[in-house]
Design a protein. Structure first.
Length: 81
């Protein structure tokens, strides 16, 4: 019997970092409205979250996925249980 292909759950660090940074981007207008005295700090937090998301391996702006044509964009294999 052939081995089953491993399911990519999307719970790798890159996907989580991008999801968190995107969530902060959507919350930013509310934070700017309710706390206008901290606008520069709020923007800095969102920008830094995107910088961290880009720097999380694999480097770049794309989310890893199992059907990628680029070998560097494949998700890391999960540990067998």
């Amino acid at each position: 019997m052939p081995d089953k292909e491993q399911y990519h759950s999307g719970l790798d660090l890159k996907s989580l970092a991008l999801n968190f940074a995107s969530a902060l981007l959507f919350v930013l207008p509310l934070a700017m409205y309710f706390y206008p005295e901290f606008i520069q700090k709020e923007i800095a937090v969102v920008v830094m979250s995107f910088v961290v998301a880009v720097l999380v391996p694999p480097m770049g702006w794309m989310r890893p996925h199992p059907y990628s044509d680029m070998p560097g964009n494949l998700p890391y294999p999960r540990k067998k249980e």
